[in-house]
Design a binder for this molecule. Structure first.
Ligand SMILES: *[C@@H]1O[C@H](CO)[C@@H](O)[C@H](O)[C@H]1NC(C)=O
Ligand SMILES: *[C@@H]1O[C@H](CO)[C@@H](O)[C@H](O)[C@H]1NC(C)=O
Length: 351
């Protein structure tokens, strides 16, 4: 008993110095602090922005949000928290990251960050158009307005400090490669085209004063329950073709981001591997506390996503045992485990 307490203390001291995990909690080094978390991208990080636009890609009805604080849907594509929430929490900023279009947002909420994410978006304008989502370029415009508002609220200098000490996270690309890619012949050319847009985005963000940028890779799209059902054969296997495309894109993205960063020595750009940690969970569910990884918790779990997952589709009995919440998106527990597994990588790259 005493020995284990001593061990925990020693580990925490070590962790504190190393900016690492301490008994499950992340402790940032004393001189490191994150002012705000600002998120861009698609449904993995949409905190409810799509509630306020005209689109079918919404999640503001039950059973979405079943495990939110008041049990009500929020527009998040999850039973509770999303990637944005767990990242903001892990970085010590706040427990729930609000949607930038939320009309109830108060001035002080802006100071610790918001999400501009919109379900259905992609780097390719055609993707956001076909799914009526907010394009990344428009999310960037929303960010410019956000900065103006911040300056008006608290003054130029304090606002600039918030931006400099913020972390920008971008999670997008899977809608492009699942949907819009079908219009293309050459996956490599299409990936290169998308990655040019990713770099354009990072540069625009940098120009606006952001110094720490986190870019998520593509997840193993071939293992989404919906994709397994559609093209995974009778056994609903992970679809190699989709996973190979994700890996091909990820390899180019990683290289290009590293190369880009060399031209911006004051920046810290973290390429976050969103592929291997998910594959690891899907291949060893028990190790991570999950029973089911090939179906979502909503309805049959095989196809239900967005409006197909609704109050008429019953949910699984134990939501914490399902890695996926619907046919496309991880559950709250799924996101939590993902963030636990990528956080160290993220911190090492940013600080
Ligand atoms: C924090 O302090 C450590 C040790 O003094 C130093 O090496 C590191 O560069 C500092 N980090 C920041 C972000 O100031
Ligand atoms: C990014 O793309 C837009 C639209 O094509 C262009 O106007 C802008 O100059 C580009 N920004 C950078 C930093 O290359």
């Amino acid at each position: 008993m005493l020995l284990s307490i001593v061990k925990v203390i020693l580990f925490c001291v070590y962790a504190f110095v190393r900016l690492s995990k301490c008994d499950g909690r992340i402790i940032l080094r004393k001189n490191v602090s994150v002012s705000a978390v600002l998120v861009f991208g698609d449904s993995f990080v949409d905190q409810g922005n799509n509630n306020y636009i005209n689109t079918l890609a919404k999640a503001n009805y039950p059973p979405y949000g079943k495990d939110s604080p008041d049990g009500k849907p929020t527009g998040r594509f999850s039973n509770g928290k999303t990637l944005s929430d767990f990242l903001a929490e892990a970085l010590g900023v706040k427990d729930y990251l609000p949607a930038s279009l939320d009309p109830l947002l108060e001035d002080k909420d802006l100071q610790t960050g918001v999400s501009f994410g919109s379900a259905g978006t992609g780097f390719d304008q055609r993707t956001s158009t076909s799914l009526s989502a907010i394009p990344i370029s428009a999310q960037l415009d929303m960010f410019k307005e956000y900065i103006m508002k911040l300056k008006k609220n608290i003054g130029e200098e304090p606002a600039n400090n918030i931006i400099t000490n913020s972390i920008v996270v971008v999670v997008a690309g899977n809608n492009d490669l699942i949907l819009t890619r079908r219009l293309q012949h050459d996956v490599v050319a299409y990936s290169n085209m998308l990655i040019k847009l990713v770099l354009n985005f990072t540069e625009e963000i940098y120009t606006l004063g952001v110094r720490r940028i986190v870019v998520f890779s593509l997840p193993p799209m071939g293992c989404y329950p919906f994709v397994r059902t559609l093209v995974g054969g009778p056994e609903r296997r992970c679809v190699d073709k989709e996973n190979d495309i994700a890996q091909l894109y990820n390899n180019i993205l990683k290289q290009q981001l590293q190369f880009w960063a060399t031209s911006f020595p004051q920046s810290r750009v973290a390429y976050i591997d969103y592929y291997n940690p998910l594959i690891s969970i899907i291949e060893n569910p028990q190790k991570y506390g999950f029973d089911v990884v090939d179906k979502g918790c909503c309805g049959t779990g095989e196809v239900e996503v967005a409006f197909l997952c609704n109050k008429l589709t019953p949910t699984c009995p134990d939501r914490s045992k399902y890695f996926f919440w619907d046919g496309f998106h991880p559950s709250e527990e799924g996101y939590k485990i993902i963030v636990d597994n990528i956080l160290q990588d993220l911190l090492n790259n940013l600080f």
